[in-house]
Ligand binder design. Sequence first.
Ligand SMILES: Cc1cc2nc3c(=O)[nH]c(=O)nc-3n(C[C@H](O)[C@H](O)[C@H](O)COP(=O)(O)O)c2cc1C
Length: 221
Amino acid sequence: MKIIGICASPRGKKSSTMTLVKKGLLGAENKGAKTVLYDLGKKRIKFCTGCNVCYKEGKCIHKDDFQEIFDDILTCDGIILGSPNYINSVSAQMKVFLDRLADSIHCQRFTGKYGFSVSTAGGSNSDSICDYLNNTLHILGANTVGKVSIDIGPNPDGFSNAEEQAFSMGEDLVEAINAKMTWPDQENVHLEMKERMKYLVTQNKDEWTHEYMHWKKQGWL
Ligand SMILES: Cc1cc2nc3c(=O)[nH]c(=O)nc-3n(C[C@H](O)[C@H](O)[C@H](O)COP(=O)(O)O)c2cc1C
């Protein structure tokens, strides 16, 4: 089993979010998983230009560090996403990465994968950053086992508890994958997304040939 951690703080070793992502990976390793960590702060990922070439051809016009991470994701079982709260949203590093996944959403490429999200904030709203990240995993087709968020300013003594939570969620992630767990509310999101994306891809089948072929190949049409 392979679990990938993706951290989008630019602060590298000084990052609190990175500490939580690493704790999650350690928890997963404790249950027998192999892990890989990507530090988006050290990667060069260009903005999506909205050219739709990925919808047609299944590959991006950009040649940068995205493809290496994406190829690894396709072969992984679980993903831990981490971002600090930057102006009540994910960091730019995370958003640029997520925008490159539009074709993956149309193709529901994370179907069968599991994940969770972590976030830290100086003052507030780390919880809603996790909700956004988990929702993104859901609309890609993945299930999530929870979230670990901490607003560090108001909880100066709470970080070690967040580290423990992240470790134990890493363990939960491996267990959920082994048990192929499902949750009714997330299943509803997956059903709704499947219907919406099926309609979208079918409507655009003459233009978005790669996506239409992907859906056919999956036996979803
Ligand atoms: C550009 C920028 C924007 C930020 N915006 C917010 C914010 O809106 N709300 C907040 O509570 N903290 C905000 N912070 C503080 C970070 O969320 C906080 O320091 C976080 O723990 C940093 O995570 P890191 O150590 O993983 O880099 C911001 C920090 C930076 C540098």
